[in-house]
Design a protein around this ligand. Structure first.
Ligand code: 7RM
Length: 630
């Protein structure tokens, strides 16, 4: 499975294109299967229908846990660092992991959770959050993790979409100086979720929570009563492992479905090769497990490799902006994987937060979630990596399941700002607007993938047609990423950002349509249009243009309500940075909002608005420009 030098990489890449089935079969053989697959791959991007390791039987938790027990029972699976720097860290071995996962799996079973049932996980960053995911996988239940920053409304939408039976949550959460109610938010969501029969509540903050009789149970009490042994459910390669909701350019978030066999093979392979993990090292990915990065590179990838991972409960700015660096020194972290937005925020805080720390345990740095600007890259390389740690700029998506374009640590020559080269198994294609391939180097266009890899999205939960239209219909026979990219003279890839109506705000993926629907619920707002604009720290900021008619209400009050509505309906991370009340929006004769013009105005590029001749009423543009928020 391991690539050791650039020649190996080139050879692996060539093999993966010439004989994809042979290539992936070789890697898959390194895992423990209950029954070997009969055929490696069947695929048809038109439907789409992709199956890997057909009729293979396995349980991913056996590969994450049991497989390591004979030799590594006492090795650390996790170090957990609490929100409070003076709080006590927890050290969890593979043996303890096994016992805790099995206890919880037995609890779920006794609550009537069966193979194929959906379970919602709404928890802070705790070892128990990973136990929860693995306990589901152990018994074949499909987990749906919801990021702890989401609102009651968002939880309700997600639970309803996948008809979850059980919710795993905690009383509250610590995030920096704040104490956040988790259970109370779940209670509010569950007022309208008849599919949920039980809620298991972990105690973290010890704050008061309501207890609904017959529905709510105390996590610790239930686990204590259960056995540390639980036989793994026999799963087919293509049985769903989890659902993870992600934002697209239209409508409500989509439940991206990943399956057991392919996801296992791909996350393990990419974890080992991108990070070049060596036994004994400590890996730290700062993402929340509520996002795909946490699923693949806090939970599954590292555990499949038998690695030791740091789980951090807190935030980078508490108690001060030096917290990441303090934690790296404290636990002697070797590999540090974070998002450009965090790097830029910590750079802005000043070097006085970095210099107190040695950071001499670091061997490798990683970046994920958005394009990393060259300036931030150099700051990270010089001040955190002390000039001698490679940076792996990893491009991928919820839908790809694992890293798809990235340097391999210490192997691929680096170029700041470039995710560099595709991993073995990833066959990229750049196309123009019409879907025609743009060949050669020194080109730019829309990024597609033309051949399946093991952890490609299988479907969007409950709505396969949506999966087809969102990813496989724009360009026939290609998976469309939604990103634009450049391929330079050396064949290196630089991702330029989304080409659809999806924003990337501080690494959070947000659909403009979602923010607009939240804003439009306001009585005084007739219609709104949301666009992104470049933001020094967040990458992108959110600018909302809202049509408000004649009203008695003061402007300030309406704007305040809009902020509150978005926070309540989606979560505070989706709150617009700028709200402008307008009389009208630039629309074409067919009624389409010309977002291109609004984007230019939000970016402050007023000199070159492009063709406005097709607008019904060009004067609205002048009004918007006059009152724009800078
Ligand atoms: C892993 C993750 C996916 C979107 C994707 C891109 C952007 C992610 C990079 C990046 C430039 C990168 N999954 N993106 N990584 N852009 N360079 N290294 O973030 O589903 O939440 O978001 O994020 O636009 O399409 S995600």
């Amino acid at each position: 499975m391991k690539i050791n030098n650039y020649n190996d990489y080139e050879e692996a890449y060539r093999f993966s294109v010439q004989d994809p089935e042979g290539f992936w079969a070789g890697i898959a053989s390194e895992f423990s299967w209950k029954k070997k697959w009969e055929k490696v791959l069947e695929w048809d991007f038109k439907k789409p229908d992709v199956k890997w390791f057909i009729k293979g039987k396995l349980n991913i938790t056996e590969n994450c846990i049991d497989r390591h027990l004979p030799l590594k029972a006492k090795d650390l699976a996790f170090i957990w660092e609490p929100n409070e720097p003076l709080g006590e860290a927890r050290h969890i071995t593979y043996l303890e992991l096994s016992q805790e996962v099995n206890r919880l799996a037995n609890v779920l079973k006794d609550l009537g959770v069966k193979k194929g049932d959906r379970v919602c996980i709404y928890l802070p960053m705790l070892p128990e959050t990973i136990y929860a995911m693995l306990a589901c996988a152990r018994i074949g239940a499909i987990h749906s993790v919801i990021f702890g920053g989401f609102s009651a409304q968002s939880i309700k939408d997600r639970i309803t979409d996948s008809q979850c039976k059980v919710v795993l949550t905690s009383d509250g959460a610590y995030r920096g100086a704040k104490q956040i109610p988790m259970k109370a938010t779940v209670d509010e969501a569950l007022l309208e979720c008849p599919s949920v029969s039980h809620v298991l509540v972990l105690s973290r903050t010890k704050q008061h929570v309501n207890r609904v009789k017959g529905r709510d149970l105390v996590w610790e009490e239930e686990c204590e009563k259960r056995s540390v042994v639980c036989a793994p459910e026999l799963m087919d390669s293509e049985d769903p492992l989890f659902i993870l909701y992600t934002s697209g350019s239209t409508g409500k978030p989509k439940g991206v479905v990943h399956t057991c066999g392919g996801y296992m093979v791909y996350t393990a392979y990419t974890f080992q090769n991108v990070f070049q993990y060596k036994a004994g090292e400590l890996f730290w990915c700062t993402a929340d497990v509520g996002w795909i990065t946490g699923h693949s590179y806090i939970a599954y990838g590292p555990l499949l490799a038998g690695a030791s991972t740091l789980i951090f409960e807190g935030v980078p700015s508490y108690p001060d902006q030096g917290r990441f660096w303090q934690v790296i020194d404290k636990h002697r972290v070797n590999i540090f994987y974070t998002a450009p937005t965090a790097i830029r925020a910590l750079e802005a805080a000043g070097l006085e937060f970095v210099t107190p720390y040695k950071l001499d345990s670091l061997r490798l740095l990683g970046s994920v979630g958005e394009p990393i600007n060259e300036e931030a890259w150099h700051w990270y390389h010089t001040n955190i990596g002390k000039g001698n740690c490679p940076i792996v700029d990893t491009w991928w998506q919820t839908e790809t399941g694992g890293i798809a374009i990235s340097p391999l640590a210490g192997i691929t020559p680096l170029k700041p700002g470039f995710a560099s080269l595709p991993l073995p198994g990833i066959q990229l294609m750049i196309v123009n607007e019409k879907g025609k391939e743009i060949k050669g180097n020194g080109v730019e266009g829309n990024l597609c993938i033309k051949f399946p890899w093991p952890s490609i999205i299988r479907t969007t939960y409950g709505d396969h047609e949506r999966c087809r239209t969102a990813y496989f219909a724009t360009y026939p026979n290609l998976y469309f990423t939604g990103d634009g990219c450049k391929r330079d003279e050396d064949g290196y890839y630089r991702i330029t950002g989304r080409v659809d109506d999806v924003l990337n705000v501080s690494g959070h993926r947000i659909g403009t349509a979602e923010v607009e629907s939240a804003i439009d619920l306001h009585d005084e707002v007739a219609e709104s249009a949301v666009v992104g604009y470049p933001h020094d720290i967040k990458g992108q900021g959110i600018y909302a243009f809202c049509i408000v008619g004649k009203t008695q209400k003061p402007k300030e009050e309406i704007i305040k309500d809009i902020y509150e509505n978005v926070t309540r309906l989606l979560g505070s991370f989706a709150k617009p940075d700028k709200v402008q009340l307008v009389k009208g929006l630039p629309k074409t004769r067919s009624g389409k909002i010309m977002r291109r013009i609004l984007r230019k105005i939000a970016e402050g590029e007023l000199s070159n608005l492009g063709d406005t001749s097709t607008l019904i009423d060009p004067s609205v543009v002048e009004d918007i420009i006059r009152d724009r928020i800078v």
